[in-house]
Ligand binder design. Structure first.
Ligand SMILES: [Fe+2]
Length: 204
């Protein structure tokens, strides 16, 4: 064990069904009490990357997913897929003349199938979430920073902006189960999606 290892308070959090209702395709659908679990690392103390564990399952028609967020500032992130399979959604919002993001206009949207062994680079500026499309837990490791001086570093870290996703009730598409396979359903609250790469996933 590294001699710098220290026990870190507040490093664990769980995303509840109640919180996820803000961004579900069907907020009235029944789901597990916890959708996913977050263990935050602490690179300064050599505790390594963050770990996220998704429950398997479907809520309404939608696969269990992370809430989704944009990064505050120019911060990229790399996800490593340790177990399971899923579909990562990346979206970059259009900006107005002042450089502010327009919540309901997507400049670029990507749906990317991912599985154990894959690495996914998320460039700065791209909102991101991952849906668990497998029958078992999905587990990832990521390198986003955590500041344990914050009020709520594990559940709502300061580098992440969840408000734009909350306002739009999720991303531009929802990942749903359709006859045993993943498909996409457009989120009607978005006015425009200028460019999209859907990796052959059907839109239903
Ligand atoms: Fe992130």
């Amino acid at each position: 064990m590294n001699k710098n290892f220290q026990f870190v308070p507040k490093h664990y959090a769980a995303r509840t069904h109640e919180k996820m209702q803000e961004v579900l395709m069907d907020p009235t659908a029944i789901g597990p009490s916890i959708h996913y679990y977050m263990i935050r690392g602490d690179m300064k103390n050599n505790r390594g990357n963050n770990i996220t564990v998704w429950e398997p399952g479907i809520v309404g028609r939608e696969y269990i997913k992370t809430y989704g967020h944009y990064h505050v500032g120019r911060l990229d992130e790399t996800y490593k897929f340790i177990s399971g399979q899923g579909i990562a959604l990346l979206q970059k919002l259009a900006v107005d003349k002042s450089g502010n993001m327009i919540p309901d206009v997507v400049e670029e949207f990507k749906a990317i199938p991912v599985k154990v062994g894959d690495e996914l680079f998320i460039p700065a500026g791209y909102g991101h979430l991952v849906a668990n499309t497998g029958l078992d837990f999905l587990v990832t490791s990521d390198d986003s920073p955590v500041n344990f001086e914050e009020v709520n570093p594990a559940s709502l870290p300061g580098h992440a902006d969840y408000e734009l996703v909350k306002q739009m009730r999720g991303f531009a598409y929802y990942v749903v189960e359709n006859n045993g396979n993943p498909a996409l359903v457009k989120n009607k609250l978005y006015k425009e999606i200028r460019k999209s790469e859907l990796s052959g996933l059907p839109v239903i």
